[in-house]
Design a protein around this ligand. Sequence first.
Ligand code: C2E
Ligand code: MG
Ligand code: MG
Ligand code: MG
Length: 287
Amino acid sequence: VSPESLAEPVHYFDAAHSDAFSEILKIESCLKRALARDEFYLLYQPILSLTTGQMTGVEALLRWRCSELGQVSPDRFIPLAEQSGLILPIGRWVREEVCRQLQAWCSEQPEWDIPVAVNVSPAELVQPTFSEELLNRLALAQVPEKLLRIEITEHSLVRDNEAVEQNLVRLKARSIDINIDDFGTGYSSLSYLRRVPVSSLKIDRSFIDGLPTSEDGATITRTIIEMAKALGMEQVAEGIEKKEQLTFLHGHHCTYGQGYLFSRPLPPDQIPALRSHPMVLQESQNG
Ligand code: C2E
Ligand code: MG
Ligand code: MG
Ligand code: MG
């Protein structure tokens, strides 16, 4: 497409838009080469029990260090990967890498019991072969199935897609837990939540952000915790940065938490040491 044909009518193509547009094209063309150039790596962010302070799992978070653009945040490149279909090979790389890492941790420590949660995009979950590929990969790496979890967003569920439902049922039947990520920001219906085998709801960071002062944040957080408990699901609060947020969550018996207050996403070699050191969550309370 020539720039001339895009420039009509003229006011759609001002300098600001043209910059943003060419930047997107640039990122996309780099993204195509990122796998071959081995530019991806994973960080792992601890998830803690809010009752014991123990790390009970980690979330694998994708990082891209582009040789041309430098470090690019997932919030920028994941949407582009989803639109272009590149998320399919990238997602496969993520799961292969996680299996390799789990295999390494398990062989270093045979009693390894820290599961890894991987983020899965809607475009991946609609692939009818998704669950089979994942189970095969785990088997090949000889990693126990319960050590892998998946995080999906409500966007995967609203599609009401047969393949999505079959993938989820199949994974759950093989003890792979399913977490709903960023819960509260999408439109999944309560009846659909009952139909799919969901183990936990991750409360979106935007609600945790304003705790405890934001009335909306507090109401929504409380409601999600209660709803999850009523449905027999665990609750994971995302993005805990401050002690006051933790105190609020504690007071409402939220079961798990994740956030910079406990730990940033870490390189894999820093994870094993955290296994044996529970965080002190509260100063001892009177009464
Ligand atoms: P997410 O799955 O909701 O992951 C949580 C995000 O919150 C991560 O951002 C994490 O670094 C950030 N975070 C954790 N604790 C805190 C906190 O206390 N404060 C703040 N401000 N942020 C916190 P990140 O790593 O930039 O990832 C952004 C999103 O990109 C993820 O959101 C997920 O939707 C997507 N993503 C990351 N890795 C993958 C992947 O391997 N596959 C797919 N499909 N998506 C991925
Ligand atoms: Mg996630
Ligand atoms: Mg999230
Ligand atoms: Mg998110």
